[in-house]
Design a protein around this ligand. Structure first.
Ligand code: 2U9
Length: 343
């Protein structure tokens, strides 16, 4: 019995002095002293070896010992998480954070923003509209009635629940919507995504991006059109660029033209890019057909206007010498990270 009491006193001293400065201190203590194979249980088991007359007194001592041990455990538990307990953690909170790699703007967005910035200096505002259009805004208002042969070149994707709805084939529908508002004069450019039912190749895709422009006021002439577009290409491709206009046909403009610029690669000498002509086509344009003005309730005797349209992919391919249109929509980071821009 005396031996047991001495043993308990020794354990109490050990428990009083118990120190462990890490997050697991309380749990290590619990397992050693209070667990099923712990020292408290072991001491309690000695009860059966003690004579009956001593059992009551020893019972009290053992109980006190258990409470003493449990109190220490509670104290250790409440210390866990205190600053003292985390001294074993080697995290340095003063280090700078991980840097996130900077992305780059898509080349189509870079060129689109450049086009917007050039035309905004001439007073053109940006207008936008829906990508799902009705027949009137995409075709009929633009002098392309049902069964017109020019619709063939702009086959698109139709909404099966309503054949009057389709994915727009050009952003001209946005200009129609602006004209219908009746706020004249109009000086807008319309950037946006358009759709065509085309076989995908290096030169064509079932979606691409356009910027179209429209200027309607009194006494707008073809000379205004030429000077505006000349200013644009000089800002876009450099002051030395030359232009030429070739007669063309669009149902919504008359007269109509296609504009070429002198080849950026050979400067007009002739090379593979310009197919040895010295010129590359960059956009279509013309004076707005009077019918189109009337369709949008604009008096064609009082007002005239010019319009133009260009594919952003085409301008981007010329500017950066990109040979395959599919690269723009494949999300290959090796291609995309070559383009940097502040805008
Ligand atoms: C209205 C009236 C006239 C917009 C125009 C073109 C000529 C043209 C093509 C260039 C390459 C389309 O992306 S492309 O395939 N566009 O050649 N677009 S005139 O004429 C309009 C637009 C709206 C109300």
């Amino acid at each position: 019995m005396n031996e047991l009491l001495q043993q308990i006193e020794a354990y109490k001293k050990e428990i009083t002095d118990y120190k462990q400065d890490d997050a697991h201190a309380a749990e290590t203590f619990r397992i050693k002293y209070l667990g099923t194979k712990g020292l408290v249980k072991a001491v309690m088991a000695e009860m059966k070896n003690v004579p009956n007359e001593n059992k009551r007194a020893l019972g009290q001592i053992l109980n006190d010992f258990k409470i003493f041990t449990e109190n220490k455990y509670e104290a250790l538990k409440s210390n866990t998480g205190s600053p003292l307990q985390t001294t074993g953690n080697d995290m340095d909170l003063t280090l700078p954070g991980d840097t996130l790699p900077l992305g780059s703007r898509h080349p189509i967005s870079i060129v689109k923003n450049k086009i917007i910035s050039i035309f905004s200096r001439l007073g053109f505002a940006v207008a936008e509209g829906p990508e799902i259009e009705d027949d009137w805004h995409n075709f009929s208002a633009l002098n392309l009635p049902e069964n017109h042969p020019a619709r063939d070149m702009q086959d698109t994707f139709y909404v099966s629940q309503n054949p009057d709805w389709m994915l727009r084939t050009h952003t001209s529908s946005v200009q129609v919507r602006e004209m219908e508002k009746g706020n004249l004069p109009i000086r807008i450019i319309c950037p946006g995504r358009v759709y065509r039912n085309e076989t995908i190749s290096a030169r064509a895709h079932c979606f691409f991006h356009q910027v179209e422009g429209l200027y309607i006021a009194e006494n707008v002439s073809f000379a205004d059109l030429k000077q505006t577009l000349y200013f644009f290409v000089q800002e876009m491709f450099g002051q030395d660029v030359k232009v030429r206009f070739r007669p063309s046909y669009f149902p919504f403009t008359e007269p109509s033209a296609e504009m070429d610029i002198s080849c950026l690669i050979c400067g007009g000498e002739g090379c593979n890019i310009c197919k040895h002509t010295g010129w590359v086509e960059i956009l279509g344009c013309g004076m707005v057909y009077p019918n189109v003005l009337e369709n949008c309730k604009i008096d064609s005797n009082k007002y005239s206007g010019f319009a133009f349209g260009m594919g952003i992919e085409r301008i981007t391919m010329l500017k950066y010498q990109i040979k395959d249109l599919r690269l723009f929509s494949e999300n290959d980071a090796r291609f995309l990270k070559q383009f940097t821009s502040a805008v």
